[in-house]
Design a protein around this ligand. Structure first.
Ligand SMILES: NC(=O)c1ccc[n+]([C@@H]2O[C@H](COP(=O)([O-])OP(=O)(O)OC[C@H]3O[C@@H](n4cnc5c(N)ncnc54)[C@H](OP(=O)(O)O)[C@@H]3O)[C@@H](O)[C@H]2O)c1
Length: 264
């Protein structure tokens, strides 16, 4: 049996950095995954300077198939295996789906959906051995259709549905599965998505630190779905009772305001 570690994807920015700090603070050894190795190394140094074991750094492009095998091999080489997997890496692209570049949107499905599924299913035996679990990062967007950001919203609907089902399937094996569904969080996400109008702070906005802390607590308590913040919780309930046509119009109007350039 390898040394138990927490694998965190997308640990080079935003919510992933906050997850790394929260898990390290609670005494978990970490393996940090993303493409930008220099950022992962800087975070690993920071965590080691705080007195914890230096996190393993695994530079990997999750858009490329086979990530679970690559991460598994890197961990095995270090004598480690996953106790927890935090599937946090992801990105969005704003603009009408038919007008946006096809490759970028398919790559989004590769990262947000395929890699998340691969890493959720790839280490179940190890998660069970260590009585650990999965923390999958969805979004409030997973509760509603998203004209103007259609592929992204659909990837998050997948994350929500898949993770809730896995929560039931893996419970008998003692593996916790939690899906964390944040509302807006100020990170590099908006810039990467091509959102020109920086999201103004609203009642829905939560800090990356708050969101990561809520996810950690929910996972440790074995909760199925965590929606951080009262206003976001309310929103996920409201979309179940408001007629779907009205929801579509509201989301479309919001995404139009955020769009980076006409026709994108
Ligand atoms: N910010 C929000 O408003 C918000 C709201 C709800 C849900 N979320 C979700 O929260 C998660 C984290 O987003 P964030 O807001 O922290 O965004 P962020 O600051 O842009 O960070 C995204 C992370 O994902 C990694 N990533 C992206 N593509 C990757 C790839 N091909 N291979 C490996 N890693 C990749 C990035 O690392 P590299 O670029 O170094 O590879 C980075 O570490 C995402 O799943 C996002 O959908 C965000």
């Amino acid at each position: 049996m390898g040394r138990p570690v927490t694998v965190i994807t997308g640990a080079s920015a935003g919510i992933g950095v906050a997850f790394a700090r929260v898990f390290a603070r609670h005494g978990h050894e970490l393996a940090l995954v993303a493409r930008r190795a220099e950022r992962l190394n800087a975070l690993a140094d920071e965590i080691a300077a705080g007195g914890a074991r230096r996190p393993l750094v695994i530079a990997d492009d999750l858009a490329s198939a086979g990530t679970a095998a690559r991460i598994g091999a890197a961990l095995a080489q270090a004598g480690a295996e996953p106790q927890y997997v935090v599937n946090n890496a992801g990105f969005g692209l704003v603009g009408p789906a038919a007008a946006r570049d096809r490759d970028g949107q398919l790559q989004m499905i590769d990262v947000n959906v395929r890699a998340l599924a691969e890493l959720s299913l790839g280490f179940v035996d190890s998660l069970a051995r260590h009585r650990g679990g999965l923390l999958n990062v969805g979004s409030v967007a997973g509760f509603l259709p998203g004209p103007g950001m259609a592929v992204y919203y659909a990837t998050k609907a997948y994350v929500l549905s898949f993770s809730e089902a896995l929560h039931s399937e893996l419970k008998p094996r003692g593996v916790r599965v939690t899906v964390l569904c944040p509302g807006p969080v100020p990170t590099e996400f908006a810039e990467r998505a091509g959102i020109r109008r920086a999201p103004s702070k609203s009642v829905l906005t939560q800090s990356a630190e708050h969101v990561a802390e809520a996810g950690y607590r929910g996972l440790m308590r074995g909760e199925r779905v965590v929606v951080p913040g009262f206003a976001n919780k309310l929103l996920t309930f409201a979309v179940r009772v408001v007629p779907r046509g009205a929801v579509l119009r509201l989301v479309e109007a919001r995404q139009k305001r955020r769009r980076s350039a006409p026709g994108t």
